[in-house]
Design a protein around this ligand. Structure first.
Ligand code: PHE
Length: 435
């Protein structure tokens, strides 16, 4: 038997715990920086509204109605249409790939937590702080150490079961994370780079954004909402909260980027090079640093756990394995698959899977920008045209208890707007459509 969530609140907390993670704090700021700022933020918001959110609701229909893992759900809902199981497989593979490198980035967070505890940031120059990131990722032993530690934490948390694992913690730690991010953004907005940061994040200059930026925005709207996950209630609130956290994180980071003269397009190290600068100067910075990195590590852990849950659920439901064995096998498999990512910038620094991108960056690009959007597109088509409309109606309106208007708007979006928007973005990106 799989564990089920104790009541509605537990479910929401777990869903927020899954959605809010490194995607909001680490990835959103750095891809915004790489894609020119405001225009990207705007496209990302539209992508959340017209693709991410409706497809999240579609996954909620699939997950709740079938009560099964991502692959098995399709055999329960449409037993005669076996090909749709491939969508489940696509999402399962995406979850596997994402977790493999997610653990590496989460490991960076643990290293920064250690640095914070040992006071490594206090009274350091901005150059010294920015240099710490490069020193960390080019050190293979450290990379493997923190990655292994993080995966071990995940394993322990999941073995203990969903209920007692994370639900309780989310209630306290998530709100605390929001508060701290607010404080940091408040402080950042008093620094000299605040004006430039505002302009950078909020003024949409489309000449700075290429077609890849559009795909990246769509891909990130799926990544940040934890699509490929299965069941989701309260999708609208979750999407709102998740987006809000990302924007506040951006407001905490970009003023510092401009104040200390870093480049917004600095890549995956962006937050690790900027946030410690806040801690080096703000009152009580060293305490704040410790609290912040604990919360960030926890946000990463609860997202990683949700990914591991997806993988383990497949083994439990489809292969009839017990929870402990399923979790242990999947953790080991993901761990082995993640080792090349951990060595991306050191031992395997010369290996580029995609042009100009190291292993970790390439896997992130493939999973978020191709696998999740393709999976999402197919889910939209499945729920829009294949699945019995009555099922969707029942789930979205909660058996008639809530608004039919929302259902109608959603159903139209899932049938037409989301798939067409995504197809156009895809075809333009691969050069079939020329704008
Ligand atoms: N949404 C999580 C984040 O933003 C990452 C994630 C992706 C988790 C896909 C589960 C599934 O960090």
């Amino acid at each position: 038997m799989r564990n089920h969530w104790s009541g509605r609140l537990g479910f929401i907390l777990a869903a927020v715990g899954s959605a809010v993670g490194l995607g909001n704090i680490w990835k959103f700021p750095f891809i915004t920086g790489q894609n020119g700022g405001g225009a990207f933020v705007l496209v990302y918001l539209l992508a959340i509204l017209f693709c991410g959110l409706p497809i999240l609701m579609a996954e909620f229909v699939i997950g709740r109605h079938s009560q099964r893992d991502v692959v098995g759900a399709f055999s329960v809902l449409t037993p005669k249409k076996g090909v749709w199981k491939l969508v489940g497989w696509l999402n399962l593979s995406a979850a596997f790939i994402i977790l493999s490198y997610y653990g590496v980035v989460a490991g960076w967070t643990l290293d920064y937590l250690y640095k914070a505890v040992t006071g490594a940031f206090s009274s350091q120059s901005s150059e010294a702080i920015a240099g710490m990131f490069g020193a960390l990722v080019t050190n293979p032993e450290k990379q493997l150490f923190w990655f292994s530690l993080f995966m071990a934490l995940c394993l322990m948390a999941v073995i203990s079961g969903v209920k007692n694992g994370l639900e309780r913690w989310n209630k306290v730690l998530m709100p605390t994370l929001f508060v701290i991010l607010f404080v940091m953004a408040g402080y950042a907005l008093t620094t000299s780079g605040a004006k430039e940061a505002f302009k950078f994040m909020l003024y949409p200059d489309f000449s700075k954004m290429s077609m890849s930026g559009f795909l990246e925005a769509v891909g990130h709207s799926f990544f940040t909402l934890s699509l490929a996950m299965g069941a989701y209630p309260m999708a609208i609130r979750i999407a709102f909260l998740d987006t809000f956290v990302a924007i506040v994180a951006g407001l905490a980071i970009f003023p510092i980027v401009f104040s200390v003269g870093l480049k917004p397009g600095a890549g995956p190290g962006l937050i690790f090079k900027t946030l410690p600068q806040v801690f080096a100067t703000i009152p009580f910075g060293s305490v704040l640093a410790v609290i912040f990195f604990i919360l960030m590590a926890f946000a990463a852990l609860s997202s990683a756990i949700s990914l591991l849950e997806v993988l383990a659920a497949y083994m439990i439901d489809e292969k009839k394995m017990n929870r402990k064995a399923a979790t242990a096998i999947m953790t080991v498999a993901v761990y082995l698959a993640g080792i090349p990512s951990a060595l991306s910038y050191s031992t395997l620094g010369k290996v580029k899977l995609l042009p100009g991108k190291e292993i970790l960056d390439s896997l992130d690009y493939i999973a978020s920008n191709y696998m999740l959007p393709l999976g999402g597109l197919l889910i939209a088509i499945y729920v829009g045209f294949v699945l019995d409309k009555k099922i969707s109606k029942m789930e979205i309106t909660e058996e008639g208890r809530s608004s039919l208007t929302i259902f109608s708007i959603w159903f139209f979006t899932i049938r037409f707007i989301a798939p067409i928007a995504m197809l156009v973005v895809f075809l333009t990106k691969i050069g079939v459509i020329k704008l």
